[in-house]
Write a protein that binds this ligand. Structure first.
Ligand code: ZN
Ligand code: MN
Length: 485
């Protein structure tokens, strides 16, 4: 009863294909975020009587890309359905969607996403993916439960959504989070959407304990929230079962802390699905699908293998790089700028990017594109490090300025932090120190340990910039000369 597998989770993920310029059935702009409410609208996306939808061809192309990336079986012929419901976010009282029954078909069936937790791989199979229109945005004053009124913004109405439905094969909140991370990665690689935009990805989660009714938690807005909501809901259901209390199939709302009942779950028949007669059936030829397949960029798995081979990166490094597409792009641009780079530099560049740069980005809650750091800046850093012009210890103290995109040469000039490896210069300073400290030199001949004090003086005179190894060698040489005299 308490085993992990008693938990059954299925996800329905609504992804906005927000790199489309126009909506799914009209030519209104999709650039609605932060805009005056109800300004990106027309009779079609307002659902006015008599208006006729026209399919956005580019949306079909984007959906095909995702279907291919998820390895779905694409349905070559389908038509849209009306999903009827009464709610202020859809003025025409139905959502144009796809339906996989009553003669209808989804966009694609099956497909899968592989997740990896503690080194163990698991395939999460998909049931289907389908296209549908985003409803308008409902704005509540305060909480959905206590708000005295509801505002409706139709700017979002008609934005293209791709709904991705998993089989109920997810057995823990951690698996759900990992699934979503991998899905986000794939979507990013296909280039159809930027899932960092607020509200661009909304998740409905079906959760049950084996043998008990299923609860749907609707409209969870971020991946982190999905994990929290699932954890909370599982505990709630397990507690009810423990106390022998019965519960029914229902829809609940996650308010950030707890799930609260919204309504008893409507059943599929309540939606009275029927074919949308205002749109023509869609037919995709094999030729078309193959043409789109050729435009697909390299997917994360393929990139992983290539990074390993091309730059001799470890499994760990390659995996970390592909998990962040913009960092991986940054990496490849950088290491290819200098033809003299080899495996040693590839590794060093990766270390700096994934430790120092990424650490700084996380601390400042920024992405690499939001900084002025460019790939060539890190190339310079690696070259300075490799030639011994600066130590990595010094470089690490300069991260703030490096991240501002200030050329390294300029930073080092300002701080005077170049490592001095000029032998003649160091010898000059060493001699000075020896001449200025006869007492310590005398000590040295009794206790060789006293040499550290002399080296300390050299460091003081060079503001810590003298190469420590070289300084020690030269100091030994000079002191030996004195011994002989
Ligand atoms: Zn419109
Ligand atoms: Mn949906």
């Amino acid at each position: 009863m308490n085993s992990e597998n008693d938990v059954i989770i299925g996800l329905e993920v609504h992804v906005q294909l927000n790199n489309l310029k126009t909506k799914l059935f009209c030519s209104c702009s999709t650039d609605y975020r932060g805009k005056e409410p109800n300004t990106h609208v027309c009779p079609i996306c307002l659902g006015l009587p008599g208006s006729l939808p026209v399919i956005n061809e580019k949306a079909i192309e984007f959906a095909t890309k995702v279907a291919l990336a998820l390895q779905c079986e694409i349905n070559e012929r389908f038509w849209f359905f009306r999903k009827n419901y009464f709610y202020p976010d859809m003025a025409k009282n139905f959502q144009i969607s796809q339906y996989n029954k009553a003669g209808g078909r989804a966009f694609g069936n099956k497909g899968h996403i592989t997740i990896k937790i503690n080194g163990v791989k698991k395939d999460i199979l998909l049931n289907r993916i389908h296209l549908e229109e985003d409803p308008a945005r409902i704005v509540h004053f305060g909480s959905i439960i206590t708000s005295p009124y509801t505002l409706v913004d139709y700017n979002r109405s008609g934005i293209t959504l791709l709904e991705i439905v998993t089989e109920p094969l997810i057995n823990s909140p951690e698996e759900a989070r990992e699934f979503l991370n991998q899905l986000k990665l794939l979507i990013e690689y296909t280039g159809v959407s930027n899932l960092d935009l607020e509200g661009s990805c909304r998740v409905d989660a079906n959760i049950s304990i084996k043998g008990y009714p299923r609860v749907e938690v609707k409209n969870i807005n971020s991946f982190k929230e999905v994990e929290s909501a699932l954890k909370w809901e599982i505990t709630r259901q397990k507690n009810l079962i423990k106390r022998n209390q019965s519960f029914t199939q229902e829809t609940r709302h996650w308010d950030g802390k707890v799930t609260i009942p919204l309504r008893t779950k409507e059943f599929e028949k309540d939606y009275r699905y029927f074919p949308e007669q205002d749109l023509v059936p869609i037919e995709l030829t094999q030729e078309y699908i193959e043409k789109i397949r050729k435009t697909l960029p390299e997917m994360p798995n393929e990139r992983f293998e290539r990074l390993r081979k091309q730059y001799q990166l470890s499994e760990f490094d390659a995996e970390n790089l592909i998990l962040n597409k913009s960092l991986a792009d940054f990496y490849e641009e950088g290491v290819n700028l200098d033809p003299s780079f080899g495996p040693e530099e590839y590794k060093l560049y990766c270390n700096w990017l994934m430790n120092d740069v990424l650490g700084w980005l996380n601390d400042h809650k920024l992405t690499i594109d939001q900084t002025r750091l460019k790939p060539h800046h890190l190339v310079d850093l690696i070259k300075y490090l490799q030639s011994g012009k600066i130590t990595s210890k010094i470089a690490k103290t300069l991260t703030d300025e490096i991240m501002k995109g200030i050329p390294l040469e300029k930073i080092l000039k300002k701080h005077g932090k170049v490592r001095i490896d000029d032998e003649t210069y160091i010898r000059k300073i060493v001699r000075e120190v020896i001449n200025e400290n006869p007492k310590i030199v005398e000590d040295y001949f009794k206790k060789p340990k006293a040499m550290q004090a002399l080296i300390g003086n050299v460091m003081k005179k060079t503001r810590g910039q003298a190469d420590p190894k070289l300084t020690q060698t030269i100091m030994q040489e000079e002191l030996k000369k004195l011994e002989r005299n």
